[in-house]
Design a binder for this molecule. Structure first.
Ligand SMILES: O=C(O)c1ccccc1N[C@@H]1O[C@H](COP(=O)(O)O)[C@@H](O)[C@H]1O
Length: 221
């Protein structure tokens, strides 16, 4: 198992949630720039939160099939460290974004589940252009934030050659099982630590981080 599981908390819309996450030990905060999400935040609001963060906290922008020049503008304006591409962005799109938005790095989302249509041959061309993959649950009509997990045994079949971050319906009830089952580089928590979409439950955030860090300590024994 990893010595340290990196934790991203997504769907930040309020400064108090960002602060609570950082205090609880979250490594990266995610801002969803997808207008149809209940967790959407506009770049101006996101920048205000990002500017108030202490050092050594990564910031991730979540985009869904947005024009590349618009993504680049937001990356620049908000000074994002990572762009999480949650739509059908091609390897070519990732290559260009990685080149023109450097030093911002790319996380390509693969949505996994029955009917996902994912093949090793489709995934391989992304390898040189992405820092890692983020694995979320495939849903026919919902692009993310489903609150549902997927069958983690599918991950092995994808033969990933880059580190992956596990997402999709992670909660206090399944986080330990998820980490032991797939040993991800990192995990992404979102709706599983919310009072309501876009508003985090600080007590749940703390408990989630405690659960993750306790697992790491036990793994090292
Ligand atoms: O959360 C959203 O509303 C959302 C909308 C569109 C694309 C991505 C979105 N969120 C991402 O979904 C995953 C899993 O979330 P959950 O734990 O199942 O709620 C997470 O990576 C978010 O970044």
């Amino acid at each position: 198992m990893n010595a340290r599981i990196r934790v991203k908390m997504c769907g930040i819309t309020r400064i108090e949630d960002a602060t609570a996450a950082v205090e609880a030990g979250v490594d990266a905060l995610g801002f969803i720039f997808f207008e149809k999400s209940p967790r959407f935040i506009d770049p101006e609001e996101a920048r205000l939160i990002i500017e108030a963060l202490p050092p050594f906290v990564d910031v991730v922008g979540v985009f869904v099939d947005k024009k590349r020049n618009e993504v680049e503008e937001i990356i620049d304006y908000c000074r994002l460290n990572y762009a999480q591409l949650h739509g059908t962005e091609s390897p070519k799109y990732c290559e260009r974004l990685a080149r023109f938005a450097a030093p911002c790095q790319i996380l390509k989302v693969l949505r996994v589940g029955p009917g996902d249509g994912l093949s090793v041959a489709d995934i391989t061309p992304y390898n040189p252009h992405v820092r890692g993959f983020l694995l979320d649950t495939f849903h026919k009509s919902q692009l993310g934030g489903t609150g549902k997990s997927f069958d983690w045994s599918r991950i092995n079949q994808l033969k990933l050659q880059r580190p992956f971050i596990l997402a999709g319906g992670l909660t206090l009830d399944n986080i330990a099982a998820a980490i032991s089952a797939v040993q991800p580089y990192g995990v992404d928590i979102n709706s599983g630590v919310e009072e309501r979409p876009g508003c985090k439950d600080h007590e749940l955030v703390r408990k989630m981080m405690q659960a993750i860090r306790t697992l790491e300590v036990n793994a090292g024994k």
